[in-house]
Design a binder for this molecule. Structure first.
Ligand SMILES: Nc1nc2c(c(=O)[nH]1)N[C@H]1C(S)=C(S)[C@@H](COP(=O)(O)OP(=O)(O)OC[C@H]3O[C@@H](n4cnc5c(=O)[nH]c(N)nc54)[C@H](O)[C@@H]3O)O[C@H]1N2
Ligand SMILES: Nc1nc2c(c(=O)[nH]1)N[C@H]1C(S)=C(S)[C@@H](COP(=O)(O)OP(=O)(O)OC[C@H]3O[C@@H](n4cnc5c(=O)[nH]c(N)nc54)[C@H](O)[C@@H]3O)O[C@H]1N2
Ligand code: SF4
Ligand SMILES: [Mo]
Length: 733
C-alpha cells in the first residue's frame, strides 16, 4: 500500500498503543498508569546526560515507574547545570514517546515516494550487507560507501558509528565540522590548541564580553555564572549584529556590522596602545611577534577606520577598549556565530591578540574562551577497528592507504565529485544533511544519484525521506554512554533508564547486527565484534587517565553523580602554550605556511553582491537543536511556525507588512516564510533561525552557498562554512 508520509505517521500513532495505555498527559509529559488496579512499582531514578551538541551537556535525573519514563529534571549534583534543564531538556518525555518516532526498520520503495513498509531487522541487515558486499565486489573496495556522521548524539560510545565503517574496510568519510573550525584553527595558531577557562570561573570576571555568542539560547546554564559576576559588579557587553535575547540582557549591546569584529578589536587595540594600557610584561614574556603587531596597528589602524568599518561609534569603541583593558580580570567568550564568515578565523585571531595584549590570558576571571577538548581522552574503543585483511583503500598524498576524506562542509558537491571510485551508497547516522547542509537542492540531487541510502535516526526527517532504509535509533534514556562537554569540565554517564522502545537499537548494537550478517554472508568481511552489551561498551571507554582526572576508580561511581575534571580554573595559567615555539604566536609561521597572514591583521570581509543586497543570517534556534526538538508538540506550542525577521524600514522598501509571506531567494534557491518586523536586526540583515518544523518545507539552507570560511583545515581537516555570508533578495510572496 502506498502511504503518504502524513498517513504513515497517523498509522504510527495508532501503533503506539503502549503509550495511549498509559494516558500520556499532554501538559505534564508524565504518563500516569491508567490501570489503577495494578499496583505500581516505586519510582526509580536514573542518571542521564543530554547528549546533544550543546555547550551545556546537562546532567539529568530521570524518573521511571513501571518501565515508563515519567519525567526528567536537572541533576543538582552537576555543578555547572545545577539542577536545571532548558525547555528542550524538560520536553524529553515528549521525544521518547513521540508518536512520530521511527519504531521499526522500514524500507521505502522507491526512494522518496513516501511508500514505507515495515521490515524485520533481519531483512534490513540482509539488504544492507548484500549491498555492501556487492559494491565491494564491483569496485574492488568499500570506498563507494560514504559515511556522514556528525552531532546528533555526541556520546562517546556513538563513535561506534565510525567503527561500523572502519570494520567493513576503507570507506569514504565526511570530515570536518560545521560548528567551530575557523575559531579552532585561530586558537591553534595562537595558543597551540583550543583551551578555555572553566565557565564557572566567569564569576570572577570584572568585565565580560560575549562576542558573537547567544548564550541565552545556546548555552543557558552559563547565565547564573554571568549574573553572579554582575552581582559582584562586572559589566556585560554583547557584540552581535542582531539584538539577541542575550544582547537584551547586557549592560551594553553593540550592533556590529557582520564580519567586521576584527576591525572592532583592532580599533580597541589601537586605543589601548595610545593610552598605554598594554600589559607589555605579559605580552612580551609569553608571546612572539607582539611588537611587530603593535607596529602594524600604529601604522595601519585608526579609530575612524574601525568605526566606519564596524558601524560602531568611536566613543563606544573607546569606552569598551578602556574598560576591557583596565578591568582586570576581563573575560571574553567568543561564540561560534562570529567565525562563520570568510574572515572569521582571522577575526578570532585578532580577538585572541587583544586578550594577550591586556594580560587577560592565563588568568582566573579572564581568558579568550572558545571551547576545549581537554576532557575527551576516552578510548574510543567502538571506533577503533582494523579494516578486514586485504582491504583496498585510498592512497593519500602521503602515500598511505586509508579512508577517503571528503569535505563535510561541502558534502553534496564533494560526494558528487568522486569518480575513482564514485560514491554509490550513503550511511547516515547522527546527521541530517537534508536539513542542515548548505545548498539543499544540490543535496537532494546528490541523494537521488545514489544507488543506496541507509539512515539511522529516531524521526522521519528530511534525510530519512531521501533514504531506502531507515533503522530506528534509541534515545539516550535507552542506552549506556558517557558524555563530555566542549565547554564545561563535567563528565557524566547515561544509564539505561528504560528498555529500548519498539525495535530501536543503539548505534553500536546496529554495528554488531551488521557484523553478524556480513560475517554470515562472507566470513571475515567485518571486524566489528559480534557481541557485547551496551554497558560493556561503555565500560571499555574508561582508562586510568580519565579515572585520575575525575578522581574515580570505576565508571560506576558516575552513577552517584557527574564528576568534574580536576583541572585549573584558568586555562594557560601554567604559561605552557602548545605552539611550536611554546609561546603565544602572535606572529605565526604555521598560519603563513598555510597561506594566511602571519599576524592578526585585518582581512577584508566578503562584499555584498549587487544582485542580492540583503544578508540572510540563519543562526541557532531557541527551541530546537538544529533539526531536533522543534518537531515535538511542546515546541510547536512554544514556537508554532518559522519566521523571517526584517527591519521595518527594509520591509517597507519591499512593500512587506507584519505577517506577510515573503519569498527569500538567490541563485541557489528560495524559501517562503512569514515576515516578522522587528528593530532587533539592522537595515540590511534579515534573520531566520534554522530549524526543522514538522510538516513544513521551511529550510533556510535552500539559499545557502557552501562558501568556506578562512580557517579550519589545520586542526579539523576542512575549512569551516561562512554560513552568515549568505546574500539574498526578498519579495512579498
Ligand atoms: N538552543 C540551541 N542551543 C544550541 C544549538 C542550537 O541549535 N539550539 N546549537 C549548538 C551548536 S551545534 C553550536 S555550534 C552552538 C553555537 O552557539 P552560538 O555561537 O551561540 O550560536 P549561533 O547562533 O550560531 O551564533 C551566535 C551569534 O553569533 C552572531 N553572529 C553572526 N555573525 C556574526 C558576526 O560577524 N559578528 C558577531 N559579533 N556576531 C555574529 C549571530 O547573530 C548569533 O547571535 O550552540 C549550541 N547550542
Ligand atoms: N543555515 C545554517 N545551517 C547550519 C548551521 C547554521 O548556523 N545555519 N549550523 C550548523 C551546525 S553548527 C551544526 S552542528 C549542524 C548540525 O547538523 P546535524 O549534526 O546534522 O544536526 P542535528 O539536527 O543535531 O542531528 C542530526 C540527526 O541526528 C539524529 N540523532 C540524534 N540522536 C541520535 C542517535 O543516537 N543515533 C542516530 N543514529 N541518530 C541520532 C537526530 O534525530 C537528527 O535527525 O548544522 C549546521 N547547519
Ligand atoms: S539541549 Fe542543551 S541546555 Fe537543553 S537539556 Fe540538552 S544540554 Fe541542556
Ligand atoms: Mo554546531
Amino acid at each position: 500500500m502506498k502511504l503518504s508520509r502524513r498517513k504513515f505517521l497517523g498509522g504510527a500513532v495508532a501503533a503506539a498503543s503502549s503509550i495511549t495505555l498509559f494516558n500520556f498527559n499532554l501538559l505534564t509529559g508524565s504518563p500516569s498508569a491508567s490501570a489503577a488496579d495494578q499496583p505500581s512499582e516505586a519510582m526509580k531514578t536514573f542518571r542521564n546526560v543530554c547528549p546533544r551538541n550543546c555547550y551545556d551537556t546537562c546532567g539529568m535525573i530521570t524518573y521511571v515507574q513501571d518501565g515508563i519514563l515519567k519525567k526528567v529534571e536537572g541533576d543538582p549534583k552537576h555543578g555547572y547545570t545545577n539542577g536545571k534543564l532548558c525547555l528542550k531538556g524538560y520536553a524529553y518525555p515528549r521525544r521518547v514517546y513521540s508518536p512520530d518516532r521511527i519504531k521499526y526498520p522500514m524500507k521505502q520503495t522507491p526512494r522518496g515516494s513516501g511508500n514505507w513498509t515495515r521490515i524485520s531487522w533481519d531483512e534490513a541487515m540482509d539488504t544492507i550487507a548484500k549491498k555492501i558486499l556487492d559494491l565491494k565486489q564491483r569496485y574492488g573496495s568499500t570506498l563507494p560507501i560514504c559515511l556522514d556522521k556528525y552531532s546528533g548524539n555526541f556520546g562517546i560510545v556513538h563513535y561506534g558509528i565510525e567503527g561500523t565503517m572502519s570494520s567493513i574496510g576503507y570507506t569514504t568519510r565526511a570530515v570536518g565540522t560545521p560548528c567551530w573550525p575557523a575559531g579552532i584553527d585561530a586558537q591553534t595558531y595562537d595558543f597551540g590548541t583550543l583551551y578555555s577557562n572553566d565557565p564557572e570561573d566567569m564569576v570572577n570576571a570584572k568585565y565580560l564580553i560575549l562576542w558573537g555568542q547567544n548564550a541565552a539560547w545556546t548555552a543557558i546554564h552559563s547565565f547564573p555564572f554571568i549574573n553572579k559576576a554582575r552581582e559582584r559588579g562586572a559589566k556585560l557587553v554583547v557584540i552581535d549584529p542582531i539584538l539577541t535575547s542575550t544582547a537584551s540582557k547586557a549592560d551594553l549591546y553593540i550592533q556590529v556590522n557582520p564580519s567586521t569584529d576584527g576591525a572592532l578589536a583592532l580599533g580597541m587595540a589601537r586605543y589601548i596602545i595610545d593610552n598605554n594600557w598594554v600589559d607589555w610584561e605579559y605580552a612580551r614574556a609569553n608571546s612572539i611577534g607582539f611588537d611587530e603587531w603593535v607596529d602594524y596597528i600604529k601604522k595601519e589602524v585608526t579609530l575612524d577606520w574601525a568605526s566606519e568599518k564596524t558601524g560602531v561609534p568611536k566613543d563606544i569603541i573607546m569606552e569598551i577598549a578602556r574598560e576591557y583593558a583596565t578591568a582586570k580580570p576581563a573575560s571574553m567568550w567568543v561564540g561560534y556565530g562570529m567565525q562563520r564568515h570568510t574572515n572569521g578565523g582571522q577575526n578570532v585571531r585578532i580577538i585572541d591578540a587583544l586578550g594577550v595584549m591586556t594580560g587577560n590570558v592565563g588568568k582566573s576571571g579572564g581568558g579568550v574562551n572558545y571551547g576545549h577538548l581537554e576532557t575527551w581522552g576516552f578510548n574510543y574503543n567502538a571506533m577503533v577497528n582494523a579494516a578486514p585483511k586485504g582491504s583496498k583503500g585510498f592512497i593519500g598524498p602521503d602515500g598511505k592507504e586509508g579512508d577517503r576524506a571528503i569535505n563535510m562542509n561541502n558534502f553534496a558537491h564533494d560526494v558528487s565529485a568522486q569518480s575513482d571510485p564514485p560514491v554509490k551508497m550513503l550511511w547516515l547516522a547522527c546527521r541530517n544533511p537534508g536539513a542542515q547542509d548548505p545548498d539543499t537542492n544540490a543535496i537532494e540531487k546528490m541523494f537521488a544519484s545514489m544507488e543506496f541510502v541507509v539512515t539511522v535516526d529516531s524521526f522521519f526527517n528530511k534525510t530519512v525521506e531521501m533514504s531506502d532504509i531507515v533503522l530506528p535509533a534509541t534515545t539516550h534514556f535507552e542506552d549506556w554512554d558517557v558524555m563530555a562537554s566542549y565547554w564545561h569540565y563535567w563528565i557524566g554517564i547515561n544509564e539505561r533508564a528504560i528498555d529500548p522502545l519498539y525495535e530501536s537499537k543503539s548505534d553500536v548494537e546496529i554495528a554488531i547486527e551488521l557484523s553478524k550478517k556480513l560475517n554470515a554472508l562472507e566470513p571475515g568481511s567485518c571486524t566489528f565484534p559480534t557481541s557485547g552489551t551496551p554497558e560493556e561498551w561503555l565500560a571499555k571507554e574508561f582508562n586510568p587517565g580519565i579515572h585520575q582526572m575525575l578522581g574515580i576508580e570505576d565508571y560506576k561511581e558516575l552513577i552517584d553523580g557527574p564528576r568534574k575534571a580536576n583541572m585549573p580554573a584558568a586555562s594557560w595559567s601554567d604559561g605552557k602554550f602548545r605552539t611550536p615555539s611554546k609561546k603565544i604566536e602572535i606572529h605565526c609561521e604555521l598560519a603563513e605556511k598555510n597561506g594566511l597572514p602571519a599576524l592578526p591583521i585585518w582581512v577584508e570581509e566578503m562584499k555584498t553582491p549587487e544582485k542580492y543586497p540583503i544578508r540572510f543570517m540563519t543562526p541557532h534556534p531557541q527551541h530546537a537543536l538544529h533539526s531536533q526538538f522543534q518537531n515535538l508538540d511542546w515546541m510547536m506550542t512554544a514556537n508554532p511556525e518559522p519566521k523571517v525577521e526584517i527591519h521595518p524600514v527594509l520591509a517597507a522598501k519591499y512593500g512587506i507588512a507584519e505577517g506577510n509571506m515573503v519569498k527569500v531567494y538567490n541563485d541557489l534557491g528560495s524559501i517562503t516564510v512569514k515576515a516578522h518586523l522587528t528593530r532587533t536586526t539592522s537595515l540590511n540583515v534579515i534573520v531566520s533561525y534554522e530549524s526543522w518544523y514538522k510538516n513544513s518545507n521551511f529550510n533556510v539552507n535552500y539559499t545557502l552557498k557552501a562558501i568556506p570560511s578562512d580557517m579550519g583545515k589545520q586542526a579539523t581537516g576542512n575549512d569551516g562554512l561562512a554560513f552568515h555570508d549568505n546574500f539574498v533578495m526578498i519579495e512579498k510572496a
